[in-house]
Design a protein around this ligand. Structure first.
Ligand code: UT7
Length: 331
């Protein structure tokens, strides 16, 4: 009997309507369009403005888009995973709320958190369940409302992040398509360089820390940048080598959209031409867990059955990795 592989069979996405452009940021902090564009590649990002709406709102919209496009019956979904670094609330699962709202009444669900690598690690989790034969339909959603923990007075972070969500459906495949190989890593020494220190269990928010703004995300950009460039390029190169692939065998690079210079460095390391590099950072900024599924959402019409895709991500923790994947359908 041929081995069951885990393929992506449908994609959906959602971006909130409000556009925060570089020009508007120029009026909020000491920055300018030229600096942001040349240092990051970002022109604008989307922000979820409505009060009381959190990450689940984005996740539900992305899932509904997938359901509507694919005709999937939500009652058939076995598992809903919401990959996110910004859950709606503490203690209550964002995925449980999302699953119920989309009508996935026969599914179990949970959140998966690995900062900007959440969706990449979620791909590994979803694929392992499918390959085991235990479940047949797994909805993996990457969603983040980053604006909920960004200080819009801190030019080092507010220019980078945006809100959004993307969803994919994993199903068994008997043609060998889907996830082929993965190389996933983490190093906890990285957490001091990218984190929201207060508001978690180590340091609950107090009136003083609130006034200091210590609950907002902090980033030592240079250190994170160096680690991201080295590690994302390193795992991508290694996964190619160990699968005997050259750049000619790869049709697409789907890399976490944190900074255009990091993506370019990864593409350069594996000698990939610009046309093969998926890019939407200019429109959405860094949407954390949503960058990879939103790339699939934006590029879906160009993907062909059998295309080889290298996924790569790097994020807080540190967490990082690369996945070699074969696309399963023409749209
Ligand atoms: O998704 C999770 C992983 N995250 C990442 O991968 C992000 C990694 N880091 C980065 O993308 C980059 O480090 C940043 C985009 C955050 C910053 O770019 P950089 O080239 O590393 O700039 P820098 O922090 O070294 O700052 C260079 C200069 C500084 O001025 P001086 O000291 O040279 O006079 C900063 O004060 O640019 C200044 N600067 C700004 N200027 C205008 C920093 N932020 C801004 C800004 N606008 N927004």
């Amino acid at each position: 009997m041929s081995k069951i592989t885990a393929a992506i069979t449908a994609v959906g996405g959602y971006l909130p309507e409000f556009v925060l452009s570089n020009q508007v940021l120029e009026t909020m902090v000491d920055t300018n369009d030229e600096w942001i564009t040349t240092r990051t590649g970002i022109k604008e990002r989307r922000i979820l403005k409505e009060e009381g709406k959190g990450t689940s709102f984005l996740a539900i919209k992305a899932a509904e888009n997938l359901i509507q496009k694919s005709g999937l019956d939500p009652k058939e979904i076995d598992l809903v995973i919401v990959a996110t670094a910004t859950p709606d609330m503490k203690a209550a699962s964002t995925a449980a709320y999302t699953a119920t709202q989309i009508g996935a009444i026969n599914a179990f669900s949970y959140d998966l958190e690995a900062a900007c690598s959440s969706f990449l690690f979620g791909m590994s989790t979803a694929a392992a369940y499918i390959e085991s034969g235990r479940y047949k339909k797994i909805l993996l959603i990457g969603a983040d409302k980053n604006s909920s923990f960004i200080n819009y007075k801190d030019r080092a972070t507010c220019i980078i992040f945006g809100d959004g969500a993307g969803a994919v459906l994993f199903e068994p495949n008997n043609e060998g398509l889907g996830l082929q190989d993965e190389l996933l890593r983490s190093n906890g020494e990285g957490r001091e360089f990218l984190r929201a220190q207060y508001g978690g269990s180590s340091y609950p928010i107090t009136a003083d820390t609130f006034n200091e703004g210590s609950h907002y995300v902090f980033q030592d950009g240079k250190t994170v940048f160096k680690n991201a460039v080295f590690n994302m390029a390193d795992v991508s190169e290694r996964i190619l080598k160990r699968n005997n692939l050259t750049n000619d065998d790869i049709q697409w690079l789907a890399a976490h959209q944190a900074n255009k210079r990091i993506i370019d460095a990864t593409a350069n390391r594996i000698n990939l031409e610009q046309e093969k590099v998926m890019m939407n950072i200019q429109k959405y900024g860094n949407t954390t867990s949503a960058t990879l599924p939103l790339l699939l959402h934006d590029y879906e019409s160009q993907l062909k059955k059998g295309d080889n895709i290298i996924f790569a991500a790097f994020g807080g923790g540190f967490t990082w990795g690369s996945i070699y994947f074969k696309w399963a359908y023409n749209s």
